[in-house]
Design a protein around this ligand. Sequence first.
Ligand code: ADP
Length: 549
Amino acid sequence: MASSPLTGIMTDRPLLIRDILLHGERTWPEQEIVSVSGSGQRHRTTFQETFRRTRKLANVLADLAIRPGDRIATLAWNDYRHIEIYYAVACSGSVCHTINPRLPEEQITYIINHAGDSWLFASVDFIPLLEKILPNISGVRGFIILGNDGETSTIPLPGAIPYETLINPASDEYEWPEFPETTASSLCYTSGTTGHPKGVLYSHRSTVLHTLMSNIAATINLNEQDVVMPVVPMFHVNAWGIPYSAVMAGAKMVLPGPHMANGQLLQALIEEEQVTVAFGVPTIWLALVHYLESSDKRIDSLNRVYTGGTACPRHIMDTLLRVYGTDTVHLWGMTELSPLGTLNQAEKRTDLSYDEKMDLRCKQGRSAFGVEMKLKDNHGNPVAHNGKDPGILFVRGYAICSGYLGEGEESPNTSLHDSDGWLNTGDIATIDEDGYLQITDRAKDVIKSGGEWISSIELENLAMAHPNVAEAAAIAMPDGTWGERPLLVAVKKDNNSLDEQRLQEWYQGKLPEWMHPDRVVFINELPHTATGKVIKSQLRGQLETLLSQ
Ligand code: ADP
């Protein structure tokens, strides 16, 4: 007789974000959420009050005839009102679509129309932007403006309603509904350095699983003693999930509002609010370190920072640990992964010396629970995990998208996945015998010299370790003999006298000779995407001009 698996005899409760909210509110009603406004003032509230206002907002959404499945857009900073919108929209069955206000106007217009957003919550700061795009987003039925009474009383936008005016009279009684866990909860577009941005549509299930994955001890491990500061915007992959994981774990949240890359404000917040854990891209930590070095101020409460989005230069991690006692945990992730993929807890490796740990930290780390990784070559053959051979990185797991909004999201998207359903990340990487991932390039940015890949990230990190280099990008130049050779485009710190030859000499003994850049050119500023990544396609387009220098 053919045997079949036996079904477990357990209840089948849907995984809903509502349960994160209810748990946080019930267990830590007095836990604080501190937000910084545009003027720098601090607003203090609690989980209890935030979720009371969240219920009021849910009633407002119902009054505005917002229905399950509607996409509700936000153009907003990291603050308590944005938290209320996150939870009210998703937990009432609609979709919270966070938009990156730093994108070009045409992309914002495209995203709003592509998503079919029906209402838009916007911070007062973005009214000039809305006025410009208004004629092209006619599908949006109304605008709700986030700000204090004085700021929102005279809004020049037709039909706009101040947030506080709407929610003040609303009832705070609301029964959060139950629906299938596969219901969409939030939407985030990847900035896409090529083509149109693409919408990743998260579900309640993927969000709850991602929050659990983040909160276990082997990963981010927040708890009620923590004071967590996401310096990553809430419009960038849900601030890496912190608004959910902090509430689930009962951690105090410190939300810096529009003041993201302001080292002075970040230091003050860390010291005065006793921040223990913070999240952000390397540029943020660079700004903080610069301020600390120029001010002699300390960040003694800050136990660890999580850095991702782009490779973190060694010298930032070294300074933070050696001078300030703050550990850096290097993360790799993608919008498509919710975003957690890997993390590097080198500090826990008691078998390694300080320098060995520091070398290890430059890798992006081992996979988080719920994420599996494999490498393939250009022909689809497996690449060994030996720490040397690079391959195209594929992943599968619990919180990974199966397609993009409007592009066959119901079934695995074949160009995005291999035939076994693993997502092609578009990253080139090595994985060593201990499972540590090292991203060497984006597939579209690789430099192939004599058939061998040269890691542009390695060239850039070495350049940025030079005391006179502020930023660097390596790109391929066509070469008659080798196919391609590396060109390094560097920005000098404070316009010092560093020259091409001295920067080329810097690579001696640090990398095999054939990997050194053939040319180094200096530029005043590198072009960046809205999420801080260098736009290499633009640099490649300027190749002739760069080389004629
Ligand atoms: P975007 O910023 O373009 O909207 P994502 O935030 O999803 O999109 O970017 C994901 C990509 O960022 C990854 O595929 C990888 O190339 C890069 N990335 C993320 N974290 C790291 C890291 N720690 N080191 C190197 N590259 C990283």
